[in-house]
Design a protein around this ligand. Structure first.
Ligand code: SAM
Length: 421
């Protein structure tokens, strides 16, 4: 049923929210202050027309905006956009009972996303690559995408060429493309086992498409040039499909906040270290112990460290930090601990840091909710959240990174009320 709604706020996923008689109605692509006509079905509203437009509305950059599910907020002008993303962090902390200053949003889009995963399907017998439509399993084929770094401009075409070789076998695919110093690094998933003939065909295609590396489910088929990424003083070749921060500018911004917070620390633990964007930069100023459950990522980190001059000692440890977090006795040898867990957060590790005497913890997170949950554990143990910086490397999406700096005041050092929850 079409209704006239007045939008009062932006939700955490970028939907405009109107207060309806039966509760909130979420209207994608509507902005606070706007009067809109929407088809309403329960708490969902489909925007039909904007009757009174907000001054914060801007023209979308991409003709597929609103159709492709990759972006939620191209229509939001910069000032409101920055306030909205910062507020996602403020609200997550408030929900965990933490009131603190949150810095303005740091724009870390830089040259754009350096890594993308395309979905590939046969559409009317032809290979198509693209992103999923919003709240749907339909593929939106794309030829280019404005949020990608220039080095990925040819990636949709190259992904389509690879998909055309495989899709007639029937399975939908995911094809990840990463911009590297050696050119495109591509990893194909969803295919299952490939016979020798298909492997040879793909190797030949990697040559024709001039890829740096091509892998299947993380297994390298051919590496023609090292698919390296610069990480501070080092060049790292991450394992196929391994984690990389979404933009180079994002990695720089997060690493700058981490290294600044660790200034003066002589021995640092980098937990959930990946292939070392923080460890390799920190090792210019401190001894570093990098811990992570991905053995290949740590091997890449070690290789890069060995090839880099002027680093302080850097050790690594393969360890599942959900099941076996570092314990207080292990933590107490460090002047600072950096944590950068996956979305699930680092609850078990935060509980051990709470019990330890470590004076400084820097939490980097891609999920404000689990960040706030873990922050509460540290704050309840007497640590102070002295700095919170939201960082935006997923432009136009609802995703936001957070860096939080926690210090342990001398008087709370592992004793007194709240020292041991
Ligand atoms: C958000 S990434 C951060 C990686 C790195 N700090 C970076 O900036 O590139 C999270 C990392 O945690 C690792 N990880 C996931 N689950 C883990 C676990 N249970 N124990 C240890 N590391 C884990 C992943 O392999 C990944 O490298």
């Amino acid at each position: 049923m079409a209704e006239t709604l007045t939008i009062t706020r932006l939700g955490a996923r970028g939907d405009g929210i109107a207060e309806g008689p039966h509760g909130p109605v979420y209207v994608p692509f509507a902005l606070p202050g706007e009067v809109v006509t929407a088809e309403v079905d329960g708490e969902r509203g489909r925007l039909v027309s904007v009757e009174t437009a907000s001054a914060d509305r801007q023209a979308a950059e991409c003709p597929l905006f609103g159709h492709c599910g990759g972006c939620a907020a191209q229509h939001v002008a910069p000032q409101l956009y920055g306030a909205w993303k910062r507020d996602i962090v403020v609200q997550a902390l408030a929900h965990a009972g933490i009131e603190t200053d949150v810095s303005p949003l740091v724009d870390a889009h830089g040259a754009g996303r350096r890594r993308v995963t395309f979905h590939a399907r046969l559409i009317e017998g032809k290979a198509a690559v693209g992103f999923m439509a919003a709240r749907s399993h339909a593929l939106v084929p794309i030829a280019q995408c404005p949020v990608l770094a220039p080095g990925l401009a040819a990636a949709p075409d190259k992904a389509r060429a690879l998909a055309a070789l495989i899709l007639p076998r029937g399975k939908p695919l995911d094809i990840q493309a990463t911009e590297t110093l050696g050119g495109l690094d591509m990893d194909i998933r969803g295919l299952g086992k490939a016979d020798d003939r298909l492997r040879m065909t793909l190797v030949e295609a990697a040559r024709t498409l001039d890829l740096a590396r091509l892998s299947l489910h993380g297994e390298i088929l051919i590496e023609r040039r090292p698919p390296a990424a610069t990480m501070g003083p080092a060049a790292v070749v991450p394992p196929p499909g391994g984690f990389l921060q979404a933009t180079a500018a994002g990695e720089e911004a997060l690493a700058a906040l981490v290294t600044e917070a660790c200034a003066g620390a002589r021995h640092v633990a980098d937990l959930f270290a990946g292939c070392g964007p923080f460890a390799l930069r920190l090792a210019r100023q401190a001894k570093v112990h990098a811990v992570e459950n991905g053995a290949e990522a740590l091997a890449a980190l070690q290789r890069a460290a060995r090839n880099t001059q002027g680093l302080k000692p850097l050790t690594t440890e393969v360890r599942d930090l959900f099941r076996r977090p570092l314990l207080p006795l292990e933590l107490d040898r460090f002047d600072a601990v950096v944590l950068d867990p996956p979305r699930a957060g680092a609850e078990a590790q935060a509980r051990q840091i709470a019990l330890s005497k470590v004076p400084l913890a820097i939490s980097v997170s891609c999920d404000p909710g689990t960040f706030a949950r873990d922050a509460r554990i540290l704050v309840e143990a007497g640590m102070q959240l002295t700095r919170v910086v939201p960082v935006d490397q997923f432009r136009y999406t609802h995703h936001v990174e957070v860096v939080g700096v926690f210090t342990r005041p001398a008087k709370h050092k592992n004793k007194g009320k709240g020292g041991r929850p």
